[in-house]
Design a protein around this ligand. Structure first.
Ligand SMILES: *Cc1c(COP(=O)(O)O)cnc(C)c1O
Length: 223
């Protein structure tokens, strides 16, 4: 039987074999709390969510899991930054100064700094969030003015390409952005790239965190 625990063990084993230091983010959007709990029981701690309302509900239902880590990976709108600054441990989709300013001032001082990744729109797709790599130094500088924020690196969602070579080029460009980030921010240690269909390639190109949803949990529910 193909259970969620078995899929988890298979992915963890494959990941550890290929890249022992690459971390797994379990993308739980569209999945029930019961599956989050099943993976938590199996040892997983980091979970990714894309829709604020769904995430708020889930986070409150998991209050008893005190060392669970929530990552916001969805598009960021300025009117939604406050609950994100209050509820999440990481945000992967920061791409402009106004979001940094709002998250930085809204992050409660009693909490650990909010871990921030800069989202790079690596294939210049109009419908996707993210900025160009040339913005990294100035965004890093703005983040540096807030003690409530910690810049951890780069996130990207490459376009689905026809060939592995094309896919690799996008991942390699994200790796170059990660190097640029490292140059301006010594706290950089995370390159978030790769999903269910392409995480092995992403790992080969230097991903330090892969974001896996359906390959782990099965198909998402309709929203
Ligand atoms: C949904 C989502 C994922 C996971 O996608 P799968 O194909 O189900 O693994 C990863 N990253 C982001 C930003 C997502 O929105």
């Amino acid at each position: 039987m193909d259970t969620i625990q078995q899929r988890y063990q298979n992915i963890i084993n494959a990941l550890h074999q290929q890249a022992p230091s690459t971390r797994l983010l379990a993308v739980s959007k569209g999945q029930p709390v019961s599956k989050v709990r099943a993976l938590y029981q199996a040892g997983q701690r980091a979970f990714g969510e894309s829709y604020l309302r769904e995430a708020q509900q889930k986070i409150s239902e998991c209050r008893d899991l005190t060392d669970i880590q929530w990552h916001y990976i969805g598009p960021l709108q300025r009117n939604k930054t406050r609950p994100i600054a209050e509820l999440f441990d990481w945000v992967h989709s920061v791409d402009r100064p106004i979001l940094i300013e709002r998250l930085g001032s809204q992050r409660p001082a009693g909490l650990q700094p909010l871990n921030v990744l800069l989202q790079i729109n690596v294939d210049n797709e109009q419908q996707k969030s993210g900025t160009g790599a040339e913005q990294i130094p100035s965004l890093a500088q703005t983040i540096g003015t807030f003690a409530t924020l910690k810049l951890r690196g780069i996130m990207g969602i490459p376009k689905q390409q026809q060939t592995n070579t094309g896919q690799r080029d996008s991942f390699a460009a994200l790796y170059a952005a990660y190097q640029q980030c490292l140059e301006v921010a010594p706290s950089t240690d995370t390159l978030s790239m790769g999903m269910s269909g392409d995480w092995q390639l992403a790992v080969q190109e230097g991903a330090s965190m892969v974001r896996i949803g359906t390959a782990l949990f099965g198909p998402r529910n309709q929203r």
